[in-house]
Every structure is written in C-alpha cells, then in structure tokens.
Design a protein around this ligand. Sequence first.
Ligand code: ZN
Length: 218
Amino acid sequence: MILRGHASEGRPDVAARVTASAAEYEAMLVEGRRHDAALVDRFRHDMLDWLTSQDTMLSKNWGRFVDSIEALPEKTPCSVCGRRTVARAFVLRIAGAVPRRETVCPSCGSVQDMPLDHTLSMSVTPDGWMHLHGSPPRSEWLARVTIERFFTRETLHWDWPAAATGEPAQSFQVPEPWPHVPFRLSLIMVHGDCEFIVLGCLYRGPLSPEGDAVDSIA
Ligand SMILES: [Zn+2]
C-alpha cells in the first residue's frame, strides 16, 4: 500500500490518523470480518486528508513503486489548454495495486493520474469554474479541490460537492477569486475502498491570442 512507509511525510497528525485507519481497514480485509461501512468511510476521509496534505502531483509519490511503464497510443488534447498530451500506463510493484495511467501536458504538467480503466478529465475556466468530463464514481467517493500557491507556499482547500443523486457535481466554482497565477490546481478524489484519482494542472490563467498568461483579479 502506498500509504505505508510514506505517511510520515505528511503532517504528523494526519499521517498518524491515516496509518491507524489503514491498519484497521487492512485487518478487516485480512481477517475476513464483516464489511464495516463506518470504518471504510473513516479510512476514505483520512486518506483524502493525507493525500491533500502532500504535493498534489501524487505520481511523484507512487512513482518510486513503478515496476514497468508503457507509452499509450492516445495523444488527446489537454482538457485545460488544448495542447497534445502524452499518456503512460504504470504497473506498480505493490500487491493488489491496480495499474495507473498518467497523462502529462507540456504546459500543465500532470493532468490525469488514475486507475488505468477510469475515464475522467477536468476543464477550468478563468472565472473559477471547474468542470468534470467522463465517468466519475457514482457513489462511495469524496473529493477535494486543492490550490498550491508557489510563491507563498499557501495551500487552499474546498470539498467538491455532490449532486442531488449522489455522484460528484459536474461543475463547481471555487467560492473565492482565483489567486494570482501560476498555481497548481488539483482535484483529488478517493473512491471505493481506497482508489484515488488526481485531476490537476499548473494553471497559468486564460489563454490569450498572444499566448500570455493574464493575471486574475485576486
Ligand atoms: Zn495543458
């Protein structure tokens, strides 16, 4: 499990919490105990707290467990800026870990990091709206928007809301003006028992005809 051995890199309180709930969760699985929905829910919350306390380009974290890498044929346009992306599939040397796909844009950095069989992307508009495209988990999910400001090292968080039917809302507007660009914007989603998805970008502001980043009003 990625958490084990690396939780110490997060904030100590968050790391201790997620390590404890991960141990309980693993014991439930190993001992074949009855599915404890409250424990799974707590583990999901703790995992989201821990993941969002890390550098949100989380492939830097799991990258040290990579066993093999395969370049994927798709060269889809970046959902944020439209440039052509590169996608790779990663098999991890962790028992039970599903293969992951990471899609990297030459401008935005890591824009998708998720289990190989998932399809989800994010677009961003200058007025602070973020939009999901594809197939998010229908239930048993939690997600949080994180902004990492490079110059102040300040991190901002907002929980992603649910639609009335329980799945993640298709769009969400961060309830404050975007901070000054550039910043890394991420949506981290934990779903099922312990899978996670990272949609993100190095956000430089709206594209202008000259290709210059434009400062936000913040
Ligand atoms: Zn891009």
